[in-house]
Design a protein around this ligand. Structure first.
Ligand code: ANZ
Length: 824
């Protein structure tokens, strides 16, 4: 027989679905433009539809949902939307492995995840949901691509790209991980391949991307982005390569123009275009063999600091423009074609790599910088490169120039002679967006013999993906193998043409999703300008730190590009950024199926209810740090919610009269908690919010034992407590609010104002001085009358000891802080 349910007991399995349905039916969380209210756009990174919502999803969503709810109670009109980043490789890999269409796989996963998301009890406005693989979404991804193309920010070029031989696709630099350069998705070592590719000109915005002055982003993200962009100041200097009668310009980039007189040889990247012509007949065979092996390696392998330096002399020479000296030109793999100009002047006396190289091949070493106060040394005596600053020596007209003037003087000289200029170089590369895959937004370009690369006209967007696709992991895009899809006509001349068969990197889709949420069904543009006007910029953006260098650079670049096209306004898309940490398994290891330490949120919801899971996720660690899961911890959180229920809903009237001071004390504690919780919600300090509510409950419970429930303050305490709890445990708070007979929905209440007088600390430390010197400290009630303060100070032990045999002349009282006794 089924156990009869206690109608008064806390039963999340019953109340949670009930409230979720009611909120949905009442449209409680709909966010619409309302010019009379201040807006708050709370954006959390949208999930990839991998299949199941894991605890990490809960961790990234629930605490910020609580924050969004808090902002709403504070009076803001809050937009908290959700969607799915639905294109990408895993869907395609699943298709190949299990023979299920990527579309089917993706949309089935989305359905399941949507259901799981609803169980969280969030304030997501589901009318605004977007799915990036929907034609109505990618129509605008394609349209945006074309705007970048039309404004010269998207271009096509032949490029050596990183290629994953297992996923059969190009990878962006960011998707290649580890020193051994593996594919981010499947761990296969990456190889190089030459392909014609589409790029976005992210480098044009490098300097602006380094400016964080208008946004509140974590220092750590800023540092990661700064390193990623890698700005180096220095100079371009033009040497003359001895090719033909007149020679040819050979430009280098250096961060140390002050060492120009110490250049004893030059090194070109093996791929440098002048290599073939500089190479002498005698050296040709050796050079060609070296080039062959070098180009097979990856940049990271070539750059590795501990790698033995190798190289070959080309047999050629070049002339140093500042002193006319003729130096040999080498090639070596430690010089990369993709950085600076792909050529360097080597200054072995002052650069470690050049030093190692010169020692190995017996090339001359000539010091031209002398550290302050040091004795002159010859190149032969050096045991390592001198990399610190100093005075320029042996440097022709600039000999004697101190370090702090060197950069300016040398660049002035270079400019005057017309052989160089100050220059800035970045590590940041243009963003490679082509993917040779099927499951992505097609690049909306048509190739015509006569008209070249032509944009697909707006009225023909979206370029729909065909559903009838053959799966063959062949290294070619399945779109290329489709019998008819790529055949089309040229929008300009009407002649035969062929479609671009590459699709876009999915980071394209996620660069602008925050704009589509504003008006997901709008069909006159990517977003409705009226909605943009009201909601943008995003006020608080939250998500994983792992997106610091890709998504978070791309999305800012995207915004700045669109701003310069006049499509969006403002310099920054997201004002405040906060990152959550990672939840580890109970064994403190990363959660993984093979370790068997995965925490499944659905099981937890079945067992404890969503409110407990939400509260525990806020409570168990500092949100930005994360930490190991603890199954005993969640029991504690569950107990807390049951106790709140017991205290407010179940406990019977006991008719006990309140002891004196009990009600006041409880009210003071409540107000102090409110003050702290308010501040912690503002700053996203979630763990202390739940801790404070738990602590307050202990006080409530004690006060109740002493009769507080019969005092008029009791109802006010319940009122404030439930409002504070509403963002954390929205179902339980709503249910209790209703059962206790409060008006309306707790989620439509204002956040309570702090009663500052009650929230003040009741006791303060009073400093006692005698003749301005600290002699004692007393703990006194904050509202102690002045006269009383004075008496206590005079009577204090510390003061008494120093007052012996003296006469008190004057007592100065600074209420609540200090008493100074003047005595002689
Ligand atoms: C001469 C020199 C003297 C240099 C010296 C350094 C110290 P960052 O700071 O990373 O920008 N370099 C330039 N292009 C290169 C390339 N394509 N591959 C490998 N190395 C390259 O480094 C800039 C310095 O790295 C440049 O300044 C150049 O060496 C080298 F005492 O020029 B330097």
């Amino acid at each position: 027989m089924e156990k009869p349910r206690n109608p008064r007991g806390y039963d999340p399995a019953e109340i949670e679905p009930k409230w979720q349905e009611r909120w949905e039916a009442e449209g409680l969380y709909r966010a619409d433009v309302d010019r009379d209210r201040p807006k708050h756009y709370a954006l959390t990174m949208l999930p990839y539809p991998s299949g199941d919502l894991h605890i990490g999803h809960w961790y990234s969503i629930c605490p910020v949902d609580a924050r969004a709810r808090f902002m709403r109670m504070r009076g803001a009109n809050v937009l908290f939307p959700m969607g799915f980043d639905a294109f990408g490789l895993p869907a395609e890999n699943a298709a190949i492995k299990r023979n299920i269409h990527p579309k089917e796989w993706t949309y089935a996963n989305i359905d399941r995840m949507r259901g799981q998301l609803r169980r969280m009890g969030t304030m997501i406005d589901w009318r605004r949901e977007i799915v990036s693989a929907d034609p109505e979404y990618y129509r605008w991804t394609q349209w945006l691509f074309l705007q970048f193309f039309k404004h010269g920010l998207a271009y096509r070029k032949y490029a050596a790209v990183d290629w994953c031989p297992s996923c059969n696709t190009t990878l962006a630099r960011e998707q290649v991980i580890g020193d051994d350069r593996r594919c981010e998705r499947c761990d296969t070592p990456v190889i190089r391949k030459e392909l014609e590719q589409w790029f976005f000109r992210t480098t044009r915005y490098a300097d602006e991307l380094l400016d964080f002055s208008r946004i509140d982003w974590p220092e750590r993200v800023q540092t990661l982005q700064r390193n990623w962009i890698g700005r180096s100041e220095g100079a371009h200097v033009v040497f003359t390569a001895e090719i033909g009668e007149a020679g040819e310009p050979l430009e280098i980039f250096t961060t140390r123009p002050d060492t120009l007189w110490g250049a004893t040889f030059m090194v070109l990247a093996p791929e440098h275009p002048l290599v073939a012509r500089l190479t002498s007949d005698a050296q040709r065979a050796e050079v060609e063999a070296y080039v062959e092996t070098a180009t097979r390696q990856t940049d990271i392998q070539r750059e590795a600091a501990d790698k033995e330096k190798t190289g070959v002399w080309t047999g050629g020479w070049a002339i140093n423009p500042v002193n006319g000296e003729k130096v040999p030109v080498w090639i070596a793999d430690y010089v990369l074609m993709g950085y600076g100009t792909g050529a360097i002047m080597a200054v072995p006396a002052h650069d470690e790599r050049d030093f190692a190289f010169a020692r190995k091949y017996g090339l001359p070493i000539r010091p031209v910088i002398r550290p302050e106060g040091a004795e002159p040394v010859s190149g032969d005596e050096l045991t390592e490169a001198l990399t610190h600053d100093g005075v320029m020596v042996d440097s022709g007209p600039l000999t004697g120039t101190p370090a702090d003037q060197a950069y300016e003087k040398v660049t002035a000289l270079l400019e005057e002679k017309g052989v160089g200029r100050g220059a800035v170089t970045y590590r940041l590369r243009d963003w490679l967006i082509s993917r040779q895959r099927y499951w992505g937004a097609a690049i909306p370009i048509v190739y015509c013999q006569k008209d070249g690369a032509v944009p697909v006209p707006d009225d023909q967007l979206p370029v729909l993906l065909p559903d009838d696709i053959e799966w063959r992991p062949s290294g070619e895009s399945p779109l290329k193998l489709h019998p008819t899809w790529s055949k089309t006509t040229c929008p300009v001349c009407g002649g035969e043409a062929r479609r671009e068969t590459d699709t876009m990197d999915t980071f394209m889709c996620s660069s602008w999703y925050h704009l589509r949420y504003l008006s997901p069904r709008y069909d006159q543009g990517p977003f409705d300008p009226a909605e943009y006007d009201y909601w943008m910029p995003v006020d608080t953006y939250t998500g994983g730190i792992e997106h610091a260098t890709m998504h978070l650079i791309y999305t800012r670049f995207f915004h700045k590009g669109l701003r310069d096209m006049g499509i969006v306004q403002g310099d920054e898309p997201m004002l405040q950024l906060r990152n959550q940490g990672i939840i580890l398994g109970e064994d403190s290891e990363k959660m993984s199926k093979s370790r068997g330490n995965v925490v499944a949120p659905d099981d937890l919801v079945d067992r404890y209810g969503a409110d407990t899971v939400r509260a525990y996720l806020m409570f168990f660690a500092r949100w930005e740090l994360g930490g190991p899961w603890n199954s005993r911890g969640i029991e504690g959180t569950s107990r807390w919610l049951r106790r709140v229920w017991l205290m407010f809903v179940e406990a019977e009237e006991d008719g006990k009269e309140a002891a004196p001071g009990i009600a006041e004390g409880l009210w003071r504690k409540t107000q102090k908690t409110l003050k702290q919780v308010t501040r912690d919600f503002e700053t996203l300090q979630f763990n202390t919010i739940v801790a404070a509510l738990m602590e307050l409950l202990n006080e409530v419970s004690q006060a109740r034992n002493e009769g507080a429930a019969s005092s008029p303050v009791w109802r006010n305490v319940q009122d404030v407590y439930l409002r504070m709890m509403a963002p954390v445990a929205p179902h339980a708070a709503a249910e209790m609010w209703e059962r206790l007979g409060f008006e309306g929905s707790v989620h439509l209440q204002d956040w309570p104002d702090v009663d500052e007088a009650a929230a003040r600390d009741e006791e303060v430390t009073l400093v006692v001085q005698v003749n301005g010197k600290l002699r004692d400290r007393l703990t006194v009630p904050v509202d102690l009358p002045e006269e009383e303060m004075r008496q206590r100070a005079l009577a204090s032990e510390g003061a008494q000891r120093f007052l012996e045999g003296m006469t008190v002349r004057k007592v100065v009282v600074v209420p609540g802080r200090l008493v100074n006794i003047v005595a002689t």
